[in-house]
Design a protein around this ligand. Structure first.
Ligand code: ZN
Length: 244
């Protein structure tokens, strides 16, 4: 058997090729996002049938060449529960699609992979309201990208945020104090600012363990949606298809 490279990763998408094969997009810790050819992955009893499904997470052994070829896999989590829950499945597909959009081959994508895995786990266990979960994921993705907003001080005068209601400047990239605010900035309440701060800075293991009132949640989701749209000039397939 050929020697391959072992990587930890998740299948972001899976596409049929020819009669019996598949090509998967794999987000890995070691090699970034790679495209992998899986021979025989659509044969009824093929060895790679299950491990090439979207959401499969574990150890993959790939052989480098003009394109990577899959030669082995040890799956730790298939997120099987998504197959029985259509809403969770398409929400999960959205997270995979966004992670795949940002990820690149040859770069260290370990933070992105960790965020994706933690988000899918939270989704599968119903740990957070799914609309809020999407906002948390989207915002944290921008933080990984180095495009997170300034939420600890005013972007105008640099005065540290000291509590109280404030404004969020989409184009300015963060909070604006009472002296610096511009016309089209969005009013944000203290609870929303604290939640934004938490999402940008919390440890990943605690990222989904906070609560918000319905009003603050709506405000936060709205700010993140507009901020994300400003930075990511594209609509995702899963988002359009299911109206997320
Ligand atoms: Zn200011």
């Amino acid at each position: 058997m050929k020697n391959g490279v072992q990587v930890t990763g998740m299948v972001l998408s899976s596409m049929p090729i020819g009669e019996y094969d598949r090509r998967i997009s794999l987000l890995t810790r070691e090699l970034g996002k790679i495209s992998v050819f899986a021979k025989g992955a659509r044969k009824p009893k093929g060895a790679f049938v299950a491990c090439t499904q979207t959401f499969a997470y574990g150890e993959f052994t790939v052989f480098p060449g003009r394109a990577y070829t899959l030669i082995g896999a040890e799956i730790g989590n298939y997120f099987e529960e998504f197959r029985d829950d259509f809403e969770k499945m398409y929400r999960g597909m959205y997270f995979c699609e966004v992670a795949g959009f940002f990820a690149q081959e040859g770069l260290d994508e370990s933070e992105r992979l960790k965020l994706l895995y933690a988000t899918l786990t939270a989704l599968s266990k119903g740990r957070m309201d799914p609309v809020l979960l999407k906002a948390v994921f989207d915002l944290r993705m921008l933080v990984i990208e180095g495009e997170g907003p300034e939420v600890t001080s005013c972007v105008g005068c640099r005065k540290p945020y000291s509590g109280g209601d404030s404004r969020f400047g989409l184009h300015e990239g963060g909070l604006l104090c009472g002296d610096c605010f511009v016309e089209d900035s969005i009013p944000v309440h203290d609870g929303t600012v604290r939640a934004l701060n938490y999402i940008c800075h919390a440890e990943l293991s605690k990222l989904f363990s906070f609560e918000l009132t319905e009003e603050r949640r709506a405000e936060l989701c709205d700010v993140v949606r507009q901020y994300f749209a400003l930075h990511v000039d594209r609509k995702f397939k899963s988002e359009e298809m299911y109206g997320l």
